[in-house]
Design a protein. Structure first.
Lengths: 172, 199
């Protein structure tokens, strides 16, 4: 599978450096290595979800309990979580560190992913959620650390968009 | 038929050393009417996520009893979350569903439990290890006490009358409640000797 193992590892280590102790996830192709890394890490609590919105509640519970968490999801998972983001995380000032695989952008071959790609950024802007792209492995650690800092200082969701450039390696 | 507020009153003293999460509407207002405590968190929106919040708390604080007061309308919005709850089946979580077969706070529209959907059956089929439907107050109290002692994830489906308080807005602001609750847990973590209700 041409999902980048190396760059998945860079993202995972950056989460660990922030002190993330719980990851909620719903599998999607780009996230498989990241989820496996969380599963293989005895110091990480991995919560496999049925639907991504559950992750908002789980992250809120973890936050109350003093545990830092991250959410791994596809952009369609973000779309499926919006009520929870607004009516829990934003209403109650809960920090969320959302790592969203940004499917449906340039280079996307799966027709079914393309509509979500059009609306992800406009929706993040409409919700007032600060976001940045993870595209250069050399900048991943710093950007995740900065996003994490803002989530906890603002007590608000933040999003990092995992790009094709970072996550996908075309087979030679 | 029993009323939700009677159920809450009958076990109120058992909640002192637990972390309690309620859903919005009648259950939040009624629990507050019995006396707010800093260990109670009322999720006044985000229907369906009360049980997920309880799961997050229970997984992160495995030595601490967590009680979730859910409702039929809310759990029906997050049936997938029931399977997640069952998948991790935290031993320290007691999940109570007040099933009044209606969306009471918006005018009493009937939910699918009024036409035969059986939440105990849903819970059992999802893999919740202990589940029971109760219709009488003494049954409810006994089921709750047994669940607290059981050391296994339990879902109690409490069939209650579709009646509630006159209003749902209380004096306690949402953010005040949220920060009180977090401070309460910080206190428990700093002073483990206060955690009498711990497992």
């Amino acid at each position: 599978m041409p999902v980048s193992l190396t760059n998945s590892g860079v993202v995972y280590q950056a989460l660990k450096k922030c002190g993330i102790g719980l990851v909620s996830a719903l599998p999607e192709t780009w996230l498989v290595h990241l989820i496996r890394m969380a599963e293989d890490d005895p110091a990480m609590v991995l919560v496999r979800l049925a639907k991504e919105e559950e992750g908002v509640g789980i992250s809120a519970g973890a936050h109350f309990a003093g545990v830092k968490s991250a959410m791994l999801m596809q952009n369609h998972g973000f779309l499926a979580s919006i009520n929870g983001i607004v009516s829990f995380a934003q209403l109650y000032r809960i920090p969320l560190l959302m790592l969203i695989s940004d499917r449906g952008r340039f280079g996307e071959r799966d027709p079914w992913q393309t509509q979500g790609g059009h609306v992800t950024e406009p929706l993040l802007r409409a919700l007032g959620i600060s976001y940045a792209f993870l595209d250069d492995p050399a900048k991943v650690e710093k950007r995740i650390a900065e996003a994490h800092t803002l989530a906890y200082s603002s007590l608000h969701p933040v999003a990092l968009l995992l790009t094709r450039e970072l996550m996908w390696e075309e087979p030679a | 038929m029993m009323q939700r507020v009677e159920c809450l009153r009958s076990i109120y003293d058992r909640l002192e050393n637990c972390l309690v999460v309620t859903i919005m509407g009648a259950v939040a207002a009624e629990l507050q009417s019995l006396g707010h405590r800093t260990n109670f968190f009322y999720l006044q929106h985000a229907m369906g996520l009360g049980s997920s919040t309880g799961l997050g708390l229970a997984l992160c604080l495995p030595q601490q009893k967590v009680v979730v007061f859910d409702g039929d309308g809310s759990i029906l919005m997050n049936l997938g979350g029931y399977t997640t709850l069952a998948r991790y089946r935290p031993k320290n979580l007691v999940h109570v569903v007040f099933d009044n077969e209606s969306l009471l706070s918006v005018g009493g529209f009937p939910t699918a439990t009024s036409t035969g959907s059986d939440l105990e059956g849903v819970a059992r089929a999802a893999g919740v290890p202990r589940t029971q439907t109760v219709t009488k107050l003494d049954e409810f109290t006994a089921a709750f006490d047994a669940a607290m002692k059981s050391n296994e994830l339990t879902s109690i489906i409490a069939k209650v009358e579709a009646v509630g308080p006159k209003g749902y807005v209380t004096e306690l602001s949402l953010l005040e409640n949220r920060f009180q609750f977090q401070r309460h847990i910080e206190g428990l973590l700093k002073h483990p000797e206060r955690r009498e209700g711990s497992l």
